[in-house]
Design a protein around this ligand. Structure first.
Ligand SMILES: [Zn+2]
Ligand SMILES: [Zn+2]
Length: 153
């Protein structure tokens, strides 16, 4: 599914469940990590985490979209759009939206990254393990201030 199909989907859910059109943009954002979706108060756009679609399928993502549309419609009509507002809670229940837009239930905690790189001092041979690729020119050996080289583990 791409952004265009997501847009059509969000517009369709908006009409079907809220009876009002969605007039802004919906798009996927792969950088959302623990969040299923996000509503932007300034642009009124909605972003959906594509990983949610892969992990939970369309049914769960539809609930996330409904959650974001609750923020959207309540905010645009000047009603209580925050999670703690009674209007938000009532509307969310009515349309059967996801209760969470952050840290979704059952979302596996991300495993810590393994060490994949090492910085090796070309003078004293000291090794420093790194999880991500780094630019060795930005560092110096902590022991002897020697020049470091990047290698794979
Ligand atoms: Zn929310
Ligand atoms: Zn060194």
């Amino acid at each position: 599914m791409d952004d265009k199909q997501l847009q059509i989907w969000v517009e369709e859910i908006s009409l079907r469940s809220f009876g009002v059109p969605f007039r802004h943009r919906a798009r996927f954002n792969g950088r959302l990590r623990t969040t299923g979706g996000r509503y932007f108060m300034k642009s009124h756009d909605i972003e959906i985490n594509p990983a949610q679609l892969e992990t939970y399928g369309t049914e769960e993502v539809e609930k996330i979209i409904k959650h974001e549309l609750c923020h959207y419609h309540l905010h645009l009509t000047g009603r209580g759009y925050r999670h703690r507002d009674p209007e938000f809670k009532a509307l969310l229940q009515k349309v059967d939206g996801s209760r969470y837009c952050q840290s979704l239930p059952g979302q596996a905690r991300r495993k810590p990254l393994p060490y994949r790189f090492k910085l090796v001092c070309s003078d004293c041979g000291m090794e420093y393990l790194r999880k991500r690729r780094v630019d060795p020119k930005r560092y110096r050996c902590g022991k002897c201030k020697g020049v470091l080289k990047l290698g794979n583990l």
